[in-house]
Design a protein around this ligand. Structure first.
Ligand SMILES: C[S@@+](CC[C@H](N)C(=O)[O-])C[C@H]1O[C@@H](n2cnc3c(N)ncnc32)[C@H](O)[C@@H]1O
Length: 260
């Protein structure tokens, strides 16, 4: 029996145009392509590109627990590899950024001695850096909103901070009509310990279609108490630094750096 393998690739956020050359090669070389993308242009492109392209979205069931959905997706990736097929899994954005099934499928296959790898893709955070002119090198923190609320962490307000999945905090069930952001106040309460109510923040949505433009909605944090009314489906919350980090004069001297 031929040896199966799994390549996990990302197709970026902006349909088709952010697919890397190596990801494209993996798609073309695969026996089976399984995809989970957020737009129809990418889905159509994949189906035209590969006769055996199947959507993983069939594994979502109304009201069902996301972890159950992920278990079905993982099986859909792992079983054909065990049967000797070369599988390419395509996820939107970066395939390893907030994508549990991709990491878990690779972990299981490697544990069985089967080849499995992940190639990087362009994530929503990468688009945000470009569109908002943010250089993460000057200090950057990134959190899933649910994780931040559930397991409070040290937040550095002198860093650029982003929160993912702000519309589904603590909400594990899938609804085809979208999430209702009912737990957003929990995040805002947690942030109130670090930022004043007037702190500027941006609800950011990267362009998904090649002709589209990013949405960057600046508001004061207190305006987010409006909840679902102010959120768009795929928004990521960006909070700019509240102040510059404090320099350490002794370290500057030791390193021989000029005062800036
Ligand atoms: C399950 S995560 C998937 C992230 C994706 N793998 C990536 O690399 O960007 C979903 C979250 O990504 C962010 N996201 C997805 N699409 C986005 C877009 N077009 N603009 C801004 N953020 C987006 C939102 O925070 C959303 O809740």
């Amino acid at each position: 029996m031929p040896c199966g393998s799994l390549d996990v690739v990302g197709c970026g956020i902006r349909a088709v145009t952010q697919l890397t050359l190596e990801a494209r090669r993996c798609i073309e070389a695969a026996d089976l392509v399984c995809y989970a993308v957020s737009d129809r242009v990418s889905a159509r492109w994949l189906e035209r590109r590969h006769p055996a392209a199947v959507s993983l979205s069939a594994h979502y069931r109304e009201g069902s627990d996301r972890l159950e959905t992920y278990r079905r997706m993982i099986d859909a990736l792992v079983e054909p590899v065990r049967a000797g097929r070369r599988v390419c899994a395509v996820f939107y954005g970066h395939p390893g950024v907030f994508v549990h099934p991709s990491h878990e499928a690779i972990r299981r296959l490697r544990a069985e001695g089967l080849p499995a790898r992940m190639l990087p893709g362009i994530s929503a955070a990468d688009c945000l850096f470009a569109d908002l002119g943010v250089d993460p090198g000057s200090g950057f923190q990134t959190f899933s909103a649910t994780d931040f609320v559930r397991r409070p962490r040290c937040l550095d307000p002198s860093a650029h901070v982003i929160f993912w999945q702000i519309d589904s905090i603590g909400d594990n069930s899938y609804r085809s009509t979208g999430n209702d952001a009912r737990n957003l106040p929990l995040l805002l309460t947690a942030l109130a310990g670090h930022y004043p109510p007037a702190q500027p923040a941006c609800l950011y949505e990267a362009a998904v279609l090649p002709v589209g433009r990013p949405v960057m909605r600046w508001l004061a944090l207190r305006e987010l108490w409006g909840g679902a009314a102010v959120l768009d489906g795929m928004s990521t919350l960006y909070i700019p630094p509240i102040r510059a980090p404090q320099p350490d004069p002794a370290m500057r001297q030791r390193l021989g750096l000029p005062a800036v």
